[in-house]
Design a protein around this ligand. Structure first.
Ligand code: HEM
Length: 419
């Protein structure tokens, strides 16, 4: 039994958010991988784009930042240079700028520093799970997956608990800006010109900027070192301290990048548990499964479907001529279902080894900074969930986010019985 089967007709318009309303159009990705692995699409929303869909090609091109620049934006939308400059974070820069910023953040997000938060995360997980599970039947995205990541990130960054629900809401507005369930400013349905200089073209970006500035001032005044934010403000190896605007941009990026991605990875894992009954027993047997299960859940979820690059020079690939300035999309979601790289890619195999998934943008200089945190969060959540569950089953239709950028199950009805 597979967890879920794609329903698209193999010719979905990848530039349309509506094409992702029933889940990612994996039949289209398969056709492109087989027939046209470097595929050009015209696009009604702006300049056309190339799609890279094979795992091997994604790894190859992601590892060549000299021809695949991040410094003109990472989403499909076109931006003027002025808009790009106003909205960019270090994720939208190339070396040497990129490395200068990344190096300041690397320690705070390193495996050993993040591992120190294990008990904090576990303590936070238990009451949320208990409250959800006692309902018997509930929406697992809303009651579990949506609740945890922002709270976990909040603890790690040292944010006050009372601010967390507000931050979850702002994070949603920022990144799910193409789904009317999450924002009043649906990006492709109305003119958002008013907000074009703000992160994600969204008013929530501006509010987060103000919040981050206040928070920094409060923490400085109180000498608060409970989270990792203060680490970011210590001088880097070159002796320089992160400027305030960079800190604010990073904060916005962390809220956006750490919130939805982990949420939808958790939702995808719960979806798998509900549809592939052997998984729960494998988790409950424990032991080695926890070495491999988090990455398999994160592969299965493919929470960010693509990131964009821009060709920094003309080059040839699969017989196609890519011109300088053209957009090239690396479809992680397609790479993660490539039969050339994964046996039985539509099955969740918690013991999959090796698991060379590309959910974190592996192989490139921008590989996810939060990956150790995401893995830890996913592991603890499923360890705690498996301890409590006797059974878990689907209880109605799942609904997907209207976004071709964030792959997510936004409603996941399940019924559970407990140990
Ligand atoms: C399962 C959850 C997650 C997934 C699937 C994910 C996915 C990704 C991907 C694909 C990239 C690479 C972007 C590129 O190549 O242009 C990335 C970068 C990044 N992620 Fe994550 N992410 C997750 C969790 C997190 C968390 C929890 C945080 C931390 C707060 C985070 C912070 C970042 C940052 C700051 C970058 C930019 C790194 C750079 O440009 O050097 N992510 N993420």
């Amino acid at each position: 039994m597979t967890v879920w089967t794609p329903t698209d007709n193999g010719h979905a318009d990848l530039g349309s958010h509506d094409s992702f309303l029933s889940g990612a159009p994996y039949n289209t990705f398969k056709r492109l991988r087989d027939e046209d692995p470097m595929h050009w699409s015209d696009w009604s929303g702006g300049e056309g784009y190339w799609s890279v869909t094979r795992h091997e090609d994604i790894m190859k091109l992601n590892g060549q930042p000299q021809i695949m620049s991040s410094a003109r934006g990472i989403r499909m939308e076109d931006q003027t240079y002025e808009e790009y400059l106003a909205r960019r974070t270090f994720q939208e820069t190339d070396n040497p700028d990129h490395m200068k910023s990344r190096i300041k953040l690397a320690k705070a997000f390193s495996k050993p520093v993040v591992a120190g938060f294990e008990q904090v995360i576990r303590d936070l997980t238990a009451p949320i799970l208990d409250a959800a599970l006692e309902k018997g039947s509930f929406d697992a995205t809303k009651e579990i997956a949506r609740q945890l990541p922002m709270r976990m990130l909040g603890r790690i960054l040292g944010l006050p608990d009372e601010d967390l629900p507000w931050l979850v809401e702002k994070g949603d507005q920022l990144i799910a800006n193409t789904d009317p369930d999450f924002t009043t400013h649906v990006l492709d349905r109305m003119t958002t010109d008013e907000f074009r200089m703000m992160p994600f073209n969204s008013p929530a970006g501006a509010e987060l900027f103000v919040y981050a500035k206040d928070l920094l001032a409060r923490q400085k005044k109180a000498g608060d070192t409970s989270g990792i934010l203060h680490l970011l403000l210590q001088p880097g190896p070159d002796g320089t301290v992160m400027p305030e605007n960079e800190f604010r941009n990073f904060f916005c990026l962390a809220v956006a990048a750490g919130n939805d991605t982990t949420r939808y990875s958790i939702a995808a894992g719960i979806q798998a548990l509900a549809h592939q009954p052997e998984l729960l027993g494998q988790m409950q047997a424990g032991g080695g499964v926890w070495e491999t299960a988090p990455d398999e859940i994160i592969r299965w979820g493919s929470a960010t479907t693509y990131f964009r690059r821009t060709a920094a020079q003309d080059f040839e690939f699969h017989g196609k001529h890519i011109k300088q300035g053209q957009k090239v999309l690396l479809w992680w979601a397609s790479g993660n279902r490539d039969e050339r790289a994964f046996e039985d890619p539509f099955r969740v195999n918690l013991f999959r080894t090796p698991n060379r998934h590309v959910s974190f943008g592996q192989g490139g200089p921008h590989v996810c900074l939060g990956m150790w945190l995401a893995r830890l969060e996913v592991r603890i959540l499923f360890e705690e969930l498996a301890k409590r569950l006797k059974t878990i089953e689907p209880a109605g239709q799942q609904k997907f986010l209207r976004s071709n950028f964030i792959g997510g199950i936004k409603e996941l009805p399940v019924t559970v019985t407990l140990q």
